[in-house]
Design a protein around this ligand. Sequence first.
Ligand SMILES: Nc1ncnc2c1ncn2[C@@H]1O[C@H](COP(=O)(O)OP(=O)(O)OP(=O)(O)O)[C@@H](O)[C@H]1O
Ligand SMILES: [Mg+2]
Length: 334
Amino acid sequence: VIVTVTLNPALDLTYSVDELIRHATHRVRTVTERPGGKGLNVGRVLCAAGEPVLATGLLGGAIGARVAEAVGTAGVSGDFVRIGGETRRTVSVLDSGDATGFWEPGPLVTVGEWTRFVERYDTLLGRATVVVLSGSLPPGLPVDAYATLIQLARDRRVPTVLDTSGEPLRHGISAGPDIVKPNAAELSTLSKDTAATGTDEGIDAERSVGPEEIAAALRALAIGCRTVVVSDGRRGLLALSETEGWQAVPPDVIEGNPIGAGDACVAALARGLRDGTAWPAILADAVALSAAAVAVPVAGGFDREIYERLRSRVVVTSLGNRSAQGVQDVQLDR
Ligand SMILES: Nc1ncnc2c1ncn2[C@@H]1O[C@H](COP(=O)(O)OP(=O)(O)OP(=O)(O)O)[C@@H](O)[C@H]1O
Ligand SMILES: [Mg+2]
């Protein structure tokens, strides 16, 4: 099975209101509840695509119990480690088609709980074809938690996909994951000193891939990551391996909710890695699946018709053999 790790899962609440006004009281029109956290989104996408998947991570309290139940209802098998703290909520307020987010930090995880998780994870690795490590770390976990999990997977020859940000991303990369999937903003934080704040707040989420991001991707490769797949919103994907590079562009821009598109992208990368699919085909699949995820209003799903329609039409271009190239030679086709 593909094992997805979500160390900081959430119960995701979506409120819709007529108009969000600062410092005002709002009548909430509808409330929806679903499992949140990037790894759980990846698990739901894989499950919807018919892939065998097992979701693991840390869950606690009554909210954790609700998340476990909702994961099961979504058809995803779960094997979570229980913690004493209460699983967090993420609240999205929807008005006029746009979302405003409130993300709780998550419970404080003890050293003993982390040790128990690492033991459970090591057991699950015996059944894993690929491990997906996604999202933020809850308080209390060591900043190199993902690096530890990547190392354990490598010891057992299980390939890994990492999707996180800030310091956990930096440490994770140094453990040599098979694929790392940052977006442009996450990649740009690698070249800045996030150690000072420990967060990636205040970074420009709208930024696109440019020379600074390509330089950061090449550094990630130099540190030990096998392939960097940079997602660039509606512009698609840029993939760089030690020796080659590709750009994959969606044939159509899809209108909808781009939150969770990255998780669908990771889902496609994970199954391609499991199957040993050639890179251009993996990237075409990832672009089609993530565009199809934009078409559905909530994270963790995709529109099957759009996926089938786009899959054969994604344009993947080689950026050439990289081995002889410098950073400035990586030319993006825009
Ligand atoms: N409007 C769009 N139309 C078509 N494809 C899109 C669109 N937005 C995103 N995509 C596809 O989804 C992929 C992932 O999107 P993006 O780069 O926004 O990920 P992300 O920032 O990690 O998102 P998140 O973490 O919220 O899931 C892109 O590389 C692209 O292929
Ligand atoms: Mg993302």
